[in-house]
Design a protein. Structure first.
Length: 70
């Protein structure tokens, strides 16, 4: 799980990638940010923000910095 700042809403979330198969047989990555929010009680709600096929440079830098810190 990669913790990044969502480019859509500016909140912290985790970067997720899903590969979607096209009719041509190619696989295209679709990037999302998942926000896990705990509601009252024990219900955990996940809200998704769609980034797109390409990760913005600002997000890439965040994930690179995380690697360097390990
Ligand atoms: Zn968001």
């Amino acid at each position: 799980m990669k913790g990044i700042v969502c480019p859509v809403c500016g909140k912290k979330g985790s970067l997720q990638v899903k590969y979607i198969k096209t009719t041509n047989g190619n696989e295209i990555p679709y990037y999302y940010v998942a926000h896990y929010e705990l509601l009252k009680g024990k219900t955990r709600v996940v809200s998704w923000h769609y980034i797109g096929k390409n990760v913005p440079e600002s997000i890439k830098k965040q994930t690179e910095n995380e690697k360097e810190g390990e």
